[in-house]
Design a protein around this ligand. Sequence first.
Ligand code: ATP
Ligand code: MG
Length: 170
Amino acid sequence: MRALYIGRFQPYHLGHHFVIKEIASNVDEVIICIGSAQRSHELENPFTAGERYLMISKSLRDDGISNFYIVPILDVNWNAVWVSHVESLVPPVDVVFTNNPLIERLFEERGYEVHAPLLFNRKEYSGSEIRRRMLNNENWAVLVPDAVTEVIKEIDGLRRIENLRRSDTE
Ligand code: ATP
Ligand code: MG
């Protein structure tokens, strides 16, 4: 059985990590789609698809998980064709895991079995909360796997986010 999991992973955090580990232990393979792959260098989307790819693959490998494939997916801004777009890029899947109601709806309309994983500490394990902490110099590293902290350090991610906040009128 092959499962699909979709997120933006800006950044990949422990909520995603717990869910994907759980899914990986119950299926043969997990296909992880990096959504909005073309976006980066924005306060809401600071990291490139390649950087997010590293965060996910290193974190899972650190935990001994290897039955996953990562596929970056560009936005098409056309909900009615979005599932076909995803299908054109990923291996065939039997089941989709998501907590996003629009994604759930779109896949269900195309006949997929969709499950909603449990949310882990959603207040803190949240991309928005982590980006907020990064901007405010608060402790964000406790909310992500160690490998994510390392990748962000390697790419000087905090400085990037600092720079993104500056406007050219200052
Ligand atoms: P953002 O705040 O930037 O939207 P996010 O934390 O919601 O970030 P996404 O990449 O948007 O992360 O979410 C991908 C998927 O992961 C969604 O289905 C989302 O519901 C799920 N998810 C997010 N946080 C958690 C969590 N703490 N536990 C379980 N699933 C989560
Ligand atoms: Mg989200």
